[in-house]
Design a protein around this ligand. Structure first.
Ligand code: ACO
Length: 424
């Protein structure tokens, strides 16, 4: 139990003792749960200073540019591991041995197909539907297929649900794309790796199969890996909140997808591409840099800066190299759009305004460029983010249900009318 405590005095009242808990790394937290019995709530819109749960999954130190999954630095995972192994790590707490790794990989392969009824489901969407709208709908619909047989209090059932959804997300993401362009859905090919399979389902047709080079497969796998978890972000907190009522996990993930959709969360890489198109060619870069620095102009360089990372975004460092490899392999370094991106990156990294404010390119800057270079349309970018984030959502849901948990129920500062009588 905690020895440290904080004391709160309200208007000269007797001090209220509040225990302080130490994390294994990172800031301490003050336990304010007893305040409700004194008739007081704490006020923290946006959860800026509030820890809403205990967790052992991911640690971020934004000032030092550190991101750890189960203690392992993201740079090491990106270099030595792969997406599926990181999924296992997030869900189970440890890296798998060879047998566990093979078993997990087989489980994922075995669950990549979706029920044929899901194909029918897509027929209800207009061809013009946003891929995130479709993804949200079909992932929520999975709960109709796996509800009665699922006991969320059984850890094995939770693991099975996690495996099912991690396996099916690339299939569903590709189906969202294929529906939009009017091409037949491609069935997963289980002889392929997860990343190769995803590219196959996106760009393959019954008449032709794409050649997936090791560079492209590595880039797609690393993009998924880098997005796998980011502790209590908005979409993960949404999954936890929905899950805290005992909801079906597929419905919880659908709520996470809805939270991710917004431009303040998952939509930033799309905004990077919109900005690059707006700049158009490198003769205009100087003008846009000036706009970004102008306090009277709301324009900001998309893909620069981060709310949490104030030194550098460790994911951006990893993905920068991969971005260069992809552009080189596809011979796109001289493509006007990517020339603008690379020149913009160089100027911003050398400019005092950006250096002083620690505005480094973030993961979205490079992921947007990579996805565009390999031919993925911008409207699908957030769907790919969601596919990568699914193991994180499931790991947090599983962790929460493994412990004693309370239904998430924030309080409020009420500022409306006091009680009054209905007229007449
Ligand atoms: N371009 C130009 N100036 C910027 C930028 C930018 N992208 N970002 C911040 N600044 C400036 C601000 O004008 C401010 O300047 P001042 O101190 O002279 O007033 C200073 O840098 C600090 O900015 P804040 O808004 O206080 O920084 P905050 O941490 O709140 O914002 C954010 C972070 C929202 C990510 C911001 O940097 C931004 O809007 N970036 C562009 C959008 C983007 O790429 N978002 C994706 C983030 S990654 C993710 O969420 C997965």
């Amino acid at each position: 139990m905690s020895e440290k405590k904080a004391q709160l005095t309200i208007d000269g009242s007797a001090p209220i003792d509040l225990p302080i808990y130490e994390g294994s790394t990172g800031p301490d937290v003050i336990d304010v749960r007893s305040l409700v019995s004194k008739g007081i709530f704490t006020y923290d819109p946006g959860f800026v200073s509030t820890a809403a749960c205990d967790s052992e999954i991911t640690y971020i130190d934004g000032n030092a540019g550190i991101l750890l999954h189960r203690g392992y630095p993201i740079e090491q995972l990106a270099q030595k591991s792969d997406f599926l192994e990181v999924c296992y790590l997030l869900l189970n707490g440890e890296l798998p041995d060879q047998v566990a790794r093979r078993g997990f990989e087989n489980d994922i392969r075995y669950h990549t197909m979706v029920d044929q009824q899901i194909h029918e489901f897509f027929k209800g969407f207009p061809r013009t539907a946003h891929p995130m709208a479709m993804l949200c709908g079909v992932v929520g619909a999975l709960s109709a297929f796996y509800h009665d047989s699922l006991d969320i209090d059984n850890p094995e059932h939770r693991q099975r649900a996690a495996i099912r959804i991690i396996a099916k997300m690339p299939t569903l993401a590709a189906m969202c794309y294929k529906h939009g362009i009017g091409q037949p859905f491609m069935y997963p090919k289980n002889s392929m790796s997860l990343a190769e399979n995803f590219v196959h389902m996106l760009f393959g047709t019954p008449c032709d199969s794409p050649n997936v080079s090791p560079t492209i497969a590595k880039a797609v796998d690393t993009l998924f890996l880098l997005h796998a978890d980011h502790e209590q972000n908005a979409s993960t907190s949404t999954v936890r909140l929905a899950g805290s009522t005992g909801s079906n996990p597929y419905a919880c993930v659908a709520s996470g997808i809805a939270a991710l959709w917004g431009p303040a969360h998952g939509g930033a890489n799309e905004a990077v591409l919109d900005m690059l198109y707006e700049i158009g060619d490198d003769s205009k870069i100087e003008e846009f840099i000036l706009k970004a620095k102008d306090k009277d102009d709301p324009f900001r360089l998309m893909g620069f800066g981060h709310r949490v990372y104030k030194n550098h975004d460790p994911r951006a460092t990893v993905i920068r190299g991969i971005c260069n490899d992809v552009l080189a392999e596809l011979g796109k370094e001289d493509d006007p759009l990517f020339k603008v991106a690379l020149k913009l990156e160089k100027i911003a990294l050398e400019d005092e305004y950006f250096i002083e404010r620690k505005l480094f390119p973030n993961v979205d800057f490079y992921s947007g460029i990579i996805l565009k270079a390999i031919g993925i349309p911008t409207s699908l970018f957030t769907v790919i983010f969601a596919t990568g984030r699914t193991p994180g959502w499931m790991a947090h849901w599983h962790e929460m249900l493994s412990e004693s948990y309370k239904i998430g129920r924030p309080r409020q500062l009420y500022r409306g009318n006091s009680k009054r009588d209905y007229p007449g």
